[in-house]
Design a binder for this molecule. Structure first.
Ligand code: SF4
Length: 406
């Protein structure tokens, strides 16, 4: 390859990047990293300009899954200390979705653990979607409910679901090492069913599970083959209590190279930095938005993300705008003002005062939440005794009485 810029020009002229190009990208040196990102950024800007699509996850049903996906904190036999709950009521699902919409999300992702939905579950989710779309008609809804049976994708489509997420996760050649209760082909089948019903296929990756660079390329080629419209790239969060506990194979630089490989092979597809971005991309996160054009706001299904303000700061500081928002900067400032108002209300209770709910100032000082129920700010991650970053289990938002970090 002459240079990454000439590869970008070739791709922009309609000549697709090849597996061999991806191999060169994934084996490139740290010294070349900025040149690589600059070239990938040309493809990102060609197809998505300076816009960032903000997505928001609502975990409708958490834990207790009968499948054994090795990366998953909700798997059969997982000892991860996650929140476990059955279906959120319809009103609560709508309320949770609205937190994300207020924080700038234009797509809400409704996710449920499990092998796949019953027809009753599909009816339940359809009711939630109708409710959300009645109050927020412009929102895009993506459902992620596991394997679909015949007719279920069509029912979701009829209810107003726009997209269906079902990640291929990794290479077919690695799949038997990652999961024994279903196959890679099962996953492809559900993506096909979603696309066949007119739902936009959302299917992506989890990297950092011990795959080789060749297997990353194999997985990206499979995502091309299923014609995934949007590609979330998750970076393994190695939960304690799962088989991949303690698996740390990624570097921030290699995470960027992986994103660049996806961008070059799938230049016009939505590319999302997803779970684990904070702990793996670390200080290179802002750079990744020059390659990816989408992110999840705030927390993930079972772990905490960084504060939503930090996500919005990253977007504003990079000179990006948010899909569906008039001004990313104004949205960010409003969100910060809202948070500051909560904090001021909490701090301004004078000693001896009684709050309107009859509790004392002393009680307010020792409370673990702000007056509206929002949790006090916490770091998105903690370090264990040896300084290794460990995931912080989500204890706020869906399935709890605490409002989420947006
Ligand atoms: S099917 Fe989904 S929820 Fe169940 S273990 Fe696999 S990834 Fe986790």
């Amino acid at each position: 390859m002459d240079s990454y810029q000439s590869l970008a020009e070739r791709v922009l002229a309609g000549d697709p990047a090849t597996a061999s190009d991806a191999r060169t990208i994934l084996s490139s040196s740290d010294e070349d990293l900025l040149d690589l990102v600059a070239a990938a950024s040309r493809l990102r800007r060609e197809h998505f300009g300076n816009r960032v699509k903000v997505n928001y996850l609502v975990n409708l049903k958490s834990g207790l899954c009968p499948e054994d996906c090795g990366y998953c904190s909700q798997r059969l036999g997982s000892e991860a200390d996650i929140l476990k709950y059955s279906w959120l009521p319809k009103d609560e699902a709508k309320r949770q979705a609205e937190f994300g919409l207020a924080g700038g999300a234009s797509r809400v992702c409704l996710v449920a653990s499990g092998r796949g939905p019953s027809n009753r579950d599909v009816e339940r989710v359809s009711g939630m979607v109708e409710e959300i779309k009645t109050s927020s008609p412009d929102v895009e809804v993506c459902a992620c409910l596991g394997f679909l049976k015949d007719g279920q994708a069509q029912r979701l489509k009829d209810a107003g679901v726009d997209a269906y997420n079902h990640n291929l996760n990794t290479a077919e050649s690695l799949y038997p090492d990652i999961c024994t209760t279903h196959t890679f082909a099962d996953r492809v089948d559900t993506v096909d069913k979603a696309r066949g019903a007119g739902l936009s296929p959302c299917s992506g990756l989890i990297v950092g599970m011990g795959e080789t660079d060749e297997q990353i390329i194999e997985a990206i080629e499979s995502l091309k083959a299923v014609d995934s419209d949007s590609i979330p790239v998750n970076f393994l969060i190695p939960f304690d209590g799962t088989p991949l506990e303690g698996t740390w194979t990624l570097t921030p630089q290699h995470c960027l190279r992986i994103l660049c490989a996806v961008r070059f092979l799938c230049p016009d597809r939505e590319l999302r930095i997803a779970g684990g971005r904070e702990m793996h991309l670390r200080t290179l996160q802002p750079l990744s938005l020059h390659v990816a054009n989408s992110l999840f706001l705030g927390d993930y299904l079972t772990s905490e993300g960084q504060a939503a303000e930090e996500d919005l700061d990253m977007i504003v500081d990079g000179g990006f705008e948010i899909v569906g928002a008039e001004s990313a900067e104004r949205l960010r400032d409003e969100l910060k003002a809202h948070r500051a108002a909560h904090q001021a209300a909490f701090a301004e209770v004078a000693p001896g005062d009684m709050k309107s709910d009859g509790t004392s100032a002393e009680a307010a000082k020792t409370a673990s939440t702000l007056p509206c129920g929002k949790p006090l700010p916490t770091a998105g991650q903690e370090a264990d005794d040896s300084g290794v970053m460990i995931p912080t289990i989500r204890r706020r938002g869906a399935g709890t009485e605490l409002t989420p970090n947006v």
